[in-house]
Design a protein around this ligand. Sequence first.
Ligand code: LIP
Length: 274
Amino acid sequence: MPENVNPKDLLELAVRLADEAGRLLVQERPRDLGVADTKSSPTDIVTVMDQRSEKLIVEGILAERPDDAILGEEGSDRQGTSGVRWVIDPIDGTVNYLYEIPLWGVSIGVEVDGQTVAGVVEIPMLRETFTALRGDGAYRNGEAIRAYSAQSEGKPVPLERALIATGFGYAARRRAVQGEIVADLLPRVRDIRRGGSAALDLCSVACGRVDGYFERGAKPWDLSAGALIAQEAGAKVGGLYGAAASDEMTVAAAEGLFEALCGFLEGHDAARDS
Ligand code: LIP
C-alpha cells in the first residue's frame, strides 16, 4: 500500500462525497429538468445534474487528495502521482433520474495501484448506502449483506429459478442482439428485471434482491464500486470464458448460477453486436 493511503479513510471520503452529491441531486433537481447533451447516441443523455454532481465530487476529492487520479463518466480524466484513482459515476441511471424513476444512484470506486479497494453506491430515493472495503465484506446502511436471495437459503440457485437483472446499450444494433438473447433466456429463468442502473443491479445481487446480473457495454464507472460490493458479499463477478468483467460482458451471481449464466451467454456468443 503506498504511503498515506488507508482504504478506510478513502472509503470515508467516498461515502461523504456520495452523500453530498445525493443530497444535491434530490434537493436541487430543477422542476423542468431536460437533456443538456447526448453522447454515444441520441438516447445516451446527460443532464446538468450529472455535470454538477461530478463537479462536486471531483472538487471534494482534490481538496483532500490533490495528487490522486480521477476518471468520471462526464469527462473527468485526470492523471495522478499517488497511486490512487477515483472512478466516478455522478448519476448511474440517468434516464431514470430524468423520468423521476427512483432507481438511480451515485457510484464512487477507489483503486490503489489499479485494484479497487473501496466502493460506495448511494441510492438516495431508497435511503440506501451500499459500501465495501476489499477483504472486509459488504454492507447496506452499515449492516452486513450476503449475495443470496431469501429463496435460495444459501444454496446455489438453478437458472430456471433465478431472477436475473440485465441492461441494454444505447445503440439500436446492439439492442437488437440483446433483445434476441433476452427472448431466449426468458423461458429458462424465473424472470428478468431491467432496473436501468448497473451499479444498483450489482448492489441488488449483493443483497439478494436479484439472483444474478449480466450486461454487455457496462463502463468502468458503472462497475467500479458495484463489482467490489457484489464480490465482498460473496458473488462471483467476471466476463465470459474466464475473462475479467469489462464492457465486453459483465456477469455477477453466486457460485453455481454464475457458471450457468456464463454457459448460456457463451452458448449465444452474447458478446457480439450483430
Ligand atoms: C446506465 C447503466 C445501465 C445501462 C444503461 C446506462 P448511465 O448508465 O448503468 O446498466 O443499462 O443503459 O448505461 O448512462 O445511466 O450512467
